[in-house]
Design a protein around this ligand. Structure first.
Ligand code: UD1
Length: 420
């Protein structure tokens, strides 16, 4: 598969884009299949994403039967054949850590490679481990692996996350569904993906209350059963296309998505000058393009605050806006790697610690740039759409981890974008 994208900037976007199921929901939902020997069927699943394929490989290695048909995937883990998630599979995708809670809960034993560092910061998993320890798991870290055991099964407990953790909340919540007794998770993540996972677990027979608030209570049950669940729409993909049309100008109908989870982002995009409206099951976005946008300030926060996964794209938008804007990143310590690349395209950005000042320029200029992580890559694609001349984005495998058919979706709406 090609590793570069070529974009000729300056084309307006007009048309319809189908929004995929959310990567950050689907990955955990698929891991939930390990909690039962019966079949879990996910619809609206972004099965073509590289991260989903990596996870399917891991689930198959563990013993699940994985059958993909278009946007549907059926997962049946009748037996756990291998309770080790090896380094080779985990290093491709951090979210592999999400098999730990389900394996411990059902199989009472798991060995999962530590995910290690990551381009956007150190990203430890200590809260996942501490949370599972409060449910009675004995966990030791050896040779780069998390060795976890709960010989007599997990038991309910209380855990307060020292800091809000999205996947940490989900891992311990999944584990608690099969623990004996009641588990209370405090300072839990409120992300809509956590609620989507809780909905699916409830359909499987789990007893969960309080998801979407900062206290989640789970009453363990003996077994979970078969279920069918539709993956929620991807709010980050939706937001990325909203910014795309704000930058290029034009009109996009984003199909099968919702603004329900987007209030922080949408309020700022409207302030910047983008028109955004829910129309039934779709979202209509209109933009005037480039310098008609106004600079605004933003700070990333845990949900319902502004998502860190939209920070890089927002910075591209500010690069060509009228006036200046400040971006403050509070979730990850090293998430400005797109800055030097945007500057190579003519952006005026100064970084001070965890804040960046972006002074809007009239035009970005096409250049050859390098993608460093998933959201940074798409920020460079957005910059290419509005830049003068040609932009080549290298190392686009990052994009394929999290965006389904990005090139196809954009070119169908008039963008001059192709794989080299
Ligand atoms: C998830 C999302 C990711 C998003 C992030 C924040 C998935 C697969 N990924 O990542 O796209 O950017 O939420 O919304 O859903 N922390 C610890 N110890 C831990 C866990 C986290 O110190 O055990 C710290 C992290 O380093 C970070 C902060 O807590 O600074 C929040 O991270 P967290 O919410 O856990 O992010 P992820 O769940 O990894």
């Amino acid at each position: 598969m090609s590793d570069k994208i070529l974009i000729k900037g300056g084309k307006k976007l007009k048309g319809e884009i189908p929004i995929s199921g959310a990567k950050n929901a689907a990955l955990k939902l698929a891991c939930a299949s390990l909690l039962t020997e019966e079949q879990l069927t996910l619809t609206n699943s972004p099965n073509t994403l590289r991260d989903m394929k990596s996870l399917f490989d891991l689930l198959q290695h563990i013993g699940a039967d994985v059958v993909v048909k278009g946007k549907t995937v059926s997962l049946t883990a009748a037996k756990i054949k291998d309770d080790t998630a090896p380094y080779d599979l985990v290093r491709k995708m951090r979210a592999s850590i999400m098999v730990l809670g389900p394996l411990l809960a059902r199989h009472h034993k798991a060995r999962v490679s530590l995910p290690g560092g990551c381009a956007i910061g150190t990203r430890p998993v200590d809260f996942h481990i501490e949370g599972l320890r409060t449910l009675g798991a004995k966990i030791v870290l050896e040779d780069g692996y998390i060795n976890a055991k709960a010989s007599k099964g997990l038991v309910g407990g209380e855990y307060t996350f020292p800091r809000v953790s999205h996947t940490g909340t989900e891992n311990v919540m999944m584990a608690a569904t099969l623990a004996k007794g009641v588990t209370v998770l405090r300072n839990a993540a409120k992300e809509p993906e956590v609620v989507d996972l809780a909905d699916c677990l409830r359909a499987m027979g789990a007893k969960i209350k309080g998801d979407g608030t900062d206290t989640i209570t789970i009453t363990g049950v003996a077994k979970l059963k078969a279920a069918k669940h539709s993956v929620m729409p991807d709010r980050i993909e939706t937001g990325t296309f909203m910014i795309a049309v704000g930058l290029t100008g034009g009109e996009l109908l984003l199909k099968n998505t919702t603004l329900a989870h987007q209030s922080a982002l949408v309020a700022l995009l409207k302030q910047a000058g983008i028109s955004i409206e829910q129309k039934g099951k779709n979202v209509l976005v209109k933009g005037k393009g480039g310098h008609s946008l106004q600079g605004v300030d933003v700070m990333t926060e845990a949900y319902p605050g502004f998502p860190t996964d939209m920070q890089a794209q927002f910075m591209t938008m500010l690069s060509v806006a009228n006036g200046a804007g400040m971006v403050t990143e509070t979730i990850f310590e090293n998430r400005f790697m797109h800055v030097p690349e945007l500057c190579r395209m003519g952006a005026k950005i100064t970084v001070h610690g965890s804040s960046a000042i972006i002074r809007g320029v009239d035009k970005l200029k096409g250049a050859e740039v390098m993608a460093t992580d998933l959201r940074a890559s798409v920020a460079l694609v957005l910059a290419g759409l509005v830049a003068e001349g040609e932009t080549v984005v290298n190392r686009i495998y990052h994009l394929e981890r999290g965006y389904e058919d990005l090139v196809g979706k954009l070119s169908a709406c008039g963008a001059a974008i192709s794989r080299l």
